[in-house]
Design a binder for this molecule. Structure first.
Ligand code: MRU
Length: 335
């Protein structure tokens, strides 16, 4: 069976950065070419490309492409700053843009970031396997699959890998209001991977935990502070509270590039607020935060490419700084 990983999510073609337009999924698998800084900013801000690692890779290729066109260094810095600011919450975007800006060979650096993410996702999914019982009911939120990372996916990659490894899974997917990343994208990716799943509306999540004997919840992250406080798609915090009430393990799967260890806690994480039109055309007052902060104490463990990190997070998370880079590990493994 064709897997979602075989879809082009992001590709550099020499003259443009080609991306799969996530706004049009699942009805249309439409590829778009980004060529100008406006194209990159628009694609990220309107969720044509979305998912923390994917916007990092897309921004990285964007800076590499614009570097070929830029008349001078100052112009490139201004363009990169615009791309960096297109969405504020995921730390991966600024991290990737800065890496490319600082590199002498910008295209090679963007390609390295992309290549590393594929390996990171592979390792993360292998690590996560130990968390899945042989028969398990699993709940996930938003979309954290291949299209969200440019690799195999984080939380959803772990679910797909566990199913492929023979775990008998009953997968429940929260629809993820208001832009339906769960209903549109996660259901699409699970279908492509041949994994059966059941879609539930967000407001059914607590009832599903109560009635369906959920064994574990696994979600992704956009930014994780040093104490484990985690920004992720709006609704994640409510899931974590309900999971604690039902004593369900609550896992966050994320690459090291999503950890912002300079931040002591979640209060300093910028939360993107999006337009009222995403929620209603009525002109009513709307508060539409795209993300929320789940306190670290509600998170059972983090799953990373380096292993499973458990509390106390003030001790386990800073250890990520001393881990060898994924490039070094790949070289050591001969991959
Ligand atoms: O607004 P989105 O769709 O970009 O939000 C995405 C999420 O919240 C994901 O869980 C997160 O970026 C991790 S993707 C591997």
């Amino acid at each position: 069976m064709k897997t979602a990983e075989s879809l082009t999510t992001i590709r550099f073609d020499g003259e443009s950065v080609v991306y799969l337009d996530q706004r049009r999924l699942p009805l249309h698998e439409h590829l778009v070419h980004a060529r100008t800084v406006d194209d990159f900013v628009e694609a990220i801000a309107s969720l044509g490309v979305r998912g923390a690692p994917a916007i990092g890779i897309f921004g990285a290729y964007g800076v590499a492409l614009l570097a070929q066109q830029a008349s001078n260094e100052e112009r490139l810095r201004q363009d990169a700053a615009r791309i960096r600011a297109a969405r504020p919450t995921a730390v991966n975007l600024g991290w990737a843009v800065d890496r490319v800006l600082a590199a002498p060979d910008k295209l090679a650096e963007a390609r390295a970031i992309h290549h590393e993410q594929i390996e990171v996702d592979r390792r993360l999914a292998h690590t996560a396997l130990e968390l899945f019982p042989r028969d398990a009911a699993v709940f996930t939120h938003c979309n954290t699959g291949p299209i969200a990372t440019g690799g195999g996916g984080t939380a959803l990659g772990a679910i797909i890998h566990a199913a492929a490894a023979g775990r008998r899974l009953r997968v429940f997917v929260g629809e993820t209001r208001p832009l339906l990343q769960g209903a549109r994208l996660t259901m699409f990716e699970l279908r492509r991977a041949g994994v059966e799943a059941t879609l539930v509306v967000d407001s059914a999540a607590a009832a599903v935990m109560q009635q369906k004997k959920i064994d574990l919840i696994i979600v992704g992250a956009d930014r994780i502070a040093r104490n484990g406080d985690t920004a992720n798609k709006i609704g994640t915090y409510g899931l974590a509270i309900a999971a604690a009430h039902h004593r369900i393990p609550f896992y966050v799967a994320a690459p090291r590039s999503s950890f912002d260890l300079a931040l002591a806690d979640g209060r300093a994480i910028p939360i993107e607020e999006r337009s009222a039109e995403e929620v209603t055309a009525s002109g009513a007052n709307v508060y539409n935060p795209a993300f929320d902060i789940t306190p670290g104490h509600l998170i059972t463990a983090f799953v990373t490419e380096y292993g499973v990190l458990r509390p106390p997070y003030a001790e386990s998370l800073p250890e990520l700084v001393t881990c060898p880079s994924i490039t070094v590990l790949m070289a050591a493994a001969g991959t």
